[in-house]
Write a protein that binds this ligand. Structure first.
Ligand SMILES: C[S@@+](CC[C@H](N)C(=O)[O-])C[C@H]1O[C@@H](n2cnc3c(N)ncnc32)[C@H](O)[C@@H]1O
Length: 431
């Protein structure tokens, strides 16, 4: 396919995402299934146009003067792929599968370019209703932070120390040019590039099937390290989901101690079994949510991890459609679920043990405010300074996360070059 045809396909996928409220990944997969002639390079380029269109939806729509799939697709090629109006007109004219020719107003919009008079939320490509929150949280850096959420993300892997070391995996994947990152000692990164660049198929490599590494954003690796599980610990991963943090902790604990992986939703926990086997993990027991499933763990855990359900604002780079769908009602619902999860999880912490609270969101309402709410209602828990743990672990020269008070830390694409994550830890100190 030529670029004109790819653009038309991207517009169709955007229509599907918009009209039928479907996740981009699903809509792209369906498009591939019903258009067998398209090769993997085509599918990947179409995906790039769709994701680029959505990451900067607000600024693209503002520049084009409309928010239609066609306007967003054209804007992605003009403003992200750097095609001039003339080039776009040319590639449309030479391809019978391309969309209709540019209108005069589209040409004018592409040529005008400037976002000078646009409001903050448009310049930063965040939902309008979160403008105040971003400004309050990130102060002078708010625009830089917001913009970083609208860039293409890298693919990160965590080398599985149970089976390999970073040098070995670096060599195995050298043809893809992996780079070490600044914070996680186990992370290798495949940087994104522009245009129709195709990310390497890391999961297709034999080393992946051998369990030498997992796909895991560096931010997720970092918060797993901050949990700091010791080899002898009993750990309850209370919201284990697909097991990203569980696997990472198992490797840190060198297959010693015991991790219990639990999730209220058994279907979310299902993929963990295969992942544990592939990674050679032997210190994890999964507990499915049956009556009394965790009764034997009450008051016994050294660490209880609540990797809480959240709005996922920290992952906007990877799932940009969620950025525009998020509502205040959904945020309120997540806040309620977080409070329930924390209230349930606290009973498993032993005296002197730790309750860890993590989200992949950067909204204070889900983060600091939740923790202070919990502490106010549970004065037998005391916040430990995560900022100090960070400094002990990474020193003073490494990239620094946000911290409103040194007690918790917030990672972001701009500050730590990772997805957005919040980390905090509380010690249980009953009288
Ligand atoms: C952010 S995801 C977990 C991601 C996972 N820890 C990882 O690293 O891949 C949050 C999970 O919390 C679970 N959850 C929500 N409320 C819960 C509760 N009250 N008790 C236990 N799990 C809960 C959800 O089913 C969901 O799988």
């Amino acid at each position: 396919m030529k670029l004109g045809g790819r653009l038309q396909a991207a517009i169709e996928v955007l229509e599907e995402v918009e009209g039928r409220k479907r996740p981009v990944a699903e809509a792209l997969k369906d498009w591939g299934r019903t258009h067998r002639f398209a090769g993997s390079g085509d599918r990947s380029a179409i995906g790039n146009i769709v994701y680029d269109a959505l990451r900067k939806r607000a600024s693209h729509a503002w520049r084009m003067g409309e928010d239609t799939p066609r306007a967003l697709g054209l804007a992605a090629l003009a403003f992200d792929w750097n095609h001039t109006a003339d080039q776009l007109a040319g590639l449309i004219a030479e391809d019978s599968h391309a969309p209709e020719a540019l209108t005069q107003s589209e040409v004018a919009a592409i040529e005008a370019k400037s976002l000078k008079d646009a409001p903050f939320w448009v310049k930063g490509d965040i939902p309008e209703w979160l403008e105040g929150t971003f400004m309050e949280t990130f102060e002078d850096e708010a625009l830089l932070e917001a913009k970083a959420f609208a860039r293409r993300p890298p693919v990160d892997i965590r080398v599985n120390r149970l089976k390999a070391d970073i040098g070995k995996v670096e060599k195995e994947l050298s043809r893809f040019n992996p780079k070490r990152t600044k914070l996680s000692a186990d992370c290798l990164r495949f940087a994104p590039k522009g245009g129709d660049y195709r990310q390497p198929n890391i999961q297709g490599d034999p080393a992946f099937r051998k369990g030498f590494y997992e796909i895991q954003d560096e931010g997720s690796q970092i918060v797993s390290s901050l949990i700091f599980p010791k080899k002898s610990d009993q750990v309850l991963d209370y919201c284990a989901g697909g097991g990203g943090k569980t696997l990472s902790m198992a490797a840190q604990m060198e297959n010693k101690g015991q991790i219990y992986a639990f999730d209220i939703d058994a279907s979310r926990l299902a993929p963990i079994v295969d992942r544990l086997t592939r990674a050679g993990v032997r210190n994890v027991q999964t507990r499915t949510p049956n009556e009394g499933a965790l009764d034997d763990l009450i008051g016994r855990m050294d660490r209880v991890v609540v990797d809480a359900p959240c709005t996922g604002t920290g992952t906007w780079r990877r799932r940009p459609e969620t950025k525009w769908k998020l509502t205040e009602e959904q945020l309120d619902k997540r806040i309620e679920e977080q409070q329930i999860a924390l209230a349930q999880a606290r009973q498993f912490v032993r005296p002197g043990g730790y309750l860890v609270y993590i989200t992949c969101s950067v909204l204070a309402a889900e983060n600091e405010e939740q923790i202070y709410h919990f502490i106010a209602n549970n004065p037998d828990f005391e916040l430990v300074s995560a900022g100090e743990v960070w400094q002990d672990m990474f020193g003073f020269d490494a990239p620094k996360p946000w911290s409103s008070d040194m007690m918790s830390v917030t990672l972001t694409p701009h500050s730590t070059e990772t997805d957005g994550f919040f980390f905090s830890v509380m010690e249980y100190r009953p009288d």
